[in-house]
Design a binder for this molecule. Structure first.
Ligand SMILES: [Zn+2]
Length: 66
């Protein structure tokens, strides 16, 4: 039976339909891996962009209307 190594903890995982979380050894390792790349996406230091910031350009662009 072929086995793969869990990308998260390097544990051998049987490559078979019963191995629900393959190539991960468990749901926990799968979530850790998903969280790893998701964390890269969302790891932005400082404040998140505020929707209110978009109002300033529109306010200044209204000057030509007057
Ligand atoms: Zn694992």
């Amino acid at each position: 039976m072929p086995t793969v190594k869990c990308p998260t903890c390097n544990a051998p995982v049987d490559w078979r339909p019963e191995s629900t979380y393959r190539p991960f050894c468990s749901e926990r390792c799968r979530l850790i891996d998903l969280g790893a790349w998701a964390g890269e996406e969302h790891r932005i230091p400082g404040r998140a962009p505020s929707p209110l910031d978009d109002e300033h350009p529109s306010n200044s662009s209204a000057d030509w209307v007057n």
